[in-house]
Structure formats: C-alpha cells, structure tokens
Design a protein around this ligand. Structure first.
Ligand SMILES: *[C@@H]1O[C@H](CO)[C@@H](O)[C@H](O)[C@H]1NC(C)=O
Ligand SMILES: *[C@@H]1O[C@H](CO)[C@@H](O)[C@H](O)[C@H]1NC(C)=O
Length: 424
C-alpha cells in the first residue's frame, strides 16, 4: 500500500466545493453542497437543479437483486460471501463496465458501502465540474510519456516531450477497489470473490491489470493489489484502489509529479510538479513530502526496496534537508505560543517557512501551512489576515489536493465561517 495515498486519502464527497465567482445566482449560493453522506446527490449538479433531488439508493446484495430483479446501476447482479461470524455484513462484488464511458470498475465491499458510494459511477455535468474546479480539466493528449523498461528497476514512465508545470499528463480511475479490512470474511472466499471481480472487468482492463508488478507471492491479483494499490475512502470506509498506469511511476524523494484525486469520481490525475525535459523519468513520492530522512527510509523499506535518491543516499544532503524540515516544525510550533501572536512576529515566521518550503521543494504542502496561519490569525481576531491566508490556502489546496478533497472543503468552510462572523 502506498502510504502517502493514505495520508491524502479520498473523501467520497457528496457534491463539489469551490470558490464562488462574484455573479452567482441566489439559488446557487444557497445550494446544499453537502447533502447527507449516505445518499448520492444529483449528478447533474447545481447547474441543473431538479427540486433538491437527493437519491438514497437501497443496499443491494445477491438476495435482494434476485428478489427485486434489479441491481441498478451495476452491470451484473452482485455476488456475495457471508462473514465467518453470523452477525457481520456480507462482502459483495459490484462491477460497472463503462465508467466515464471508458474503463470498468469492480468494487469489493459491503452492500451498505456500495449503496452509499454508488455516486462514483454517475457522470457529473461537466459544466458543474469545471465551475467547481475553477478551470476546465485538460488531460494531455496524446500522452507526453512512454512506458519503458529501465535497467534493474522494472518499467518506468519517461517524458517524450517538454511538460510544463501544472500539466495533467494522466487521468485514471481504479479498476479494482477493495474493502481494506479482510477480517470478517474467510480468506479463501475473499480470493474467489476477487477472482470474480477481475474476470467481470472488460477484457482490455483485466489484461492491463495483469501486467502490473507483483512481489509477495500468493494469489496473483491479491499480490498485484498489495503491491500497487492506493488508499481510497468510500463513504469514510478504507479501501485499496488499483490504478493501472499510475502505479507505473517510480518513487523519488524530490518527485517531478504529484497526484490529485477527485473524491467524487475516484479519478486520479497525475500532474507535473515542475517543468520537465524530454527523456526525464516521471516520478512520484511514495511518502509524504515533508518527512525526515529516517522516517522516509523506513517507510520505503516497507515496500521492499531501499531508498536510493540523493536525499536518502547522501548523508550530507539529507542532514541539511532534515535541519530545514526540523526548523519548519519548530516554527509551526512557535505559532501556537501566545507571545508570538502579533502581526509582525507571525509574518516573520510565515516568510521563513515559505522560504524553507521552497528550498525543500514542498510547494504541495504550502496550502496546509496557509490553513494553519489563517487559523492563527482568526484566533488573534485579525479577520483580514485570516481571510487573506484562507483564500491562499483554498487556491493551493484546489491545485495540489483537488477541488473536492476534504482539506479543500475545510478551507471553503473556514472562509464561509468568516463570512458569517462578518455579517453578525
Ligand atoms: C509520446 O508517446 C506516446 C505514447 O505513449 C505517443 O502517443 C506520443 O505521440 C509520443 N509523443 C511524442 C512527441 O513523441
Ligand atoms: C537494503 O539495504 C540493506 C542494508 O544495506 C540490505 O541488507 C538489503 O538487502 C537491501 N535491500 C534491497 C532490496 O536491496
């Protein structure tokens, strides 16, 4: 399991959050972007409001599908296994063969989670999504990279033209999503269900999946998931999501790519973190970007390889980096101290942290840092500065985490809270 993905885990959002352009009609300002989690919101979005429509699909399992002769929206009737102990939920496989008109997805989960997460397969109104994102999603086409066998390192992804910072080079949806806690069900039953999840996929997706690396032995699809999957949340429940192609990117401590998830669609975008020359390998960091070298190395050892990038291999470089990262932690700690809570003292620390983040190529984390600063100012009663940093946070989080990520959503709520305070 890629740990960083867990930290950036998906929140299966109900509806989208975004900064509102100045001329929004009243009904849109009042639109409920956060209907109850159990239910799926209107996929057509707020640009096509159908009288506050909220659908609460009923859970469907193998028996109810047979009784009702319906298993909408799934392509096949679900097949389920029962838990070892009688009281627990069933585990079922749900396949949808034309996600976004393209790939198939098989979800191994409980009937309740499948019902709550059914919105994943709905197609949102593109106008609504563009509005929520702030700008339309453009995915580079043809792809600006090739998959190549690298000496001693398996397959890698190599740029075949110049890529500009911020370009979206890849967008994928998971082919298999699996409930992460295997305990309630028998291992053998789960593996049979997993096999079904794989064979129910459209053949082209199944074949692509089978080409992925596996390392630990056992049932091959289980092994492929354990080696390649990202953590995803469906209705707040932990799942592993297998994204073909995305998992081809190798690790780097100072990567040139980052990933951005849509919690509404489970779509994962691979985005350039900086400008890239043709011939460069495209890389991710498998760990959170802000770790100290020791934490980074031990996490990486858990995936069965040794970290060899300069930040791990060069003691000189990693010591300097650790010093800077330690300093960031100290400065953040200082922002909690009452005697530092005056404008000049806060700004001094803000500018030092920004400078350190730049040296450490930690731009992807600046949004979270702005969130902290906004809260510091808010607690000091300096609402203008709180708003300024809240808006900066929202802008950064939209770019690096995604428009419907829970951290972006919190930033939006924070700004709304300031509005409310300003009105009263
Ligand atoms: C890069 O490789 C892709 C295949 O992955 C191909 O479609 C594309 O045309 C190539 N671009 C260039 C500039 O060679
Ligand atoms: C990683 O390094 C350790 C210590 O140097 C060594 O024992 C181990 O075999 C290495 N592992 C791999 C996968 O190369």
């Amino acid at each position: 399991m890629w740990y960083f993905a867990l930290l950036f885990a998906l929140w299966l959002g109900r509806g989208a959050i975004g900064a509102q352009p100045s001329e929004v009609p009243a009904w849109l300002r009042e639109y409920d972007f956060d209907p109850p989690l159990q239910c799926s919101s209107n996929a057509a979005g707020p640009l096509d409001p159908r009288d506050a429509e909220v659908m609460c699909p009923l859970p469907v399992d193998d028996e109810t599908a047979f009784e009702r002769r319906s298993w909408r929206p799934w392509t096949f009737p679900p097949v389920c296994i029962t838990p070892e102990e009688e009281a627990g939920p069933k585990l079922c496989v749900y396949t949808y063969q034309k996600l976004r008109g393209d790939t198939g997805i098989s979800i191994l989960t409980t009937p309740e989670t499948a019902a709550a997460g059914v919105g994943i397969v709905e197609d949102s109104d593109p106008k609504w999504v563009d509005w929520a994102r702030g700008s339309p999603l453009v995915v580079a086409d043809p792809p600006p990279y090739e998959f190549k066998e690298l000496e001693g390192r398996g397959v890698g992804v190599i740029a075949n033209r110049t890529i500009r910072s911020g370009e979206v080079v890849m967008l994928r949806h998971p082919v298999i999503v699996r409930h992460m806690d295997p305990r309630p069900w028998k291992q053998q039953d789960s593996m049979k269900l997993l096999h079904r999840a794989a064979v129910q996929l459209p053949p082209k997706d199944g074949l692509k999946m089978m080409e992925l690396a596996h390392s630990k032995g056992g049932y091959v699809i289980d092994d492929i998931i354990n080696t390649n999957a990202f953590g995803v949340l469906i209705n707040d429940v932990d799942h592993s999501g297998l994204y073909v192609d995305v998992s081809r990117l190798n690790h780097a401590c100072k990567p040139n790519m980052f990933s951005r998830f849509s919690s509404t669609t489970l779509g994962m975008e691979v985005v350039a973190y900086r400008d890239i020359e043709p011939g460069e390998e495209l890389t991710f960091s498998y760990t959170p970007l802000n770790l100290m070298s020791e934490q980074r190395q031990s996490l990486i050892r858990e995936w069965g390889f040794n970290c060899t990038c300069s930040l791990c291999a060069s003691t000189h470089e990693s010591a300097a980096s650790d010093r800077r990262r330690g300093r960031i932690q100290d400065l953040l700690g200082e922002l909690d101290r009452p005697e530092i809570r005056n404008h000049a003292a806060v700004e001094k620390r803000v500018s030092e942290i920004l400078d350190l983040c730049e040296k450490e190529a930690m731009a992807a984390q600046v949004g979270d840092f702005y969130t902290i600063v906004a809260e510091v100012y808010s607690s000091m009663g300096d609402m203008n500065s709180a708003r300024k940093y809240g808006e900066l946070a929202l802008k950064e989080l939209k770019h690096f985490a995604g428009y419907d990520h829970d951290r972006t959503r919190s930033a939006t709520m924070f700004l709304k809270g300031l509005d409310k305070k300003a009105r009263t």
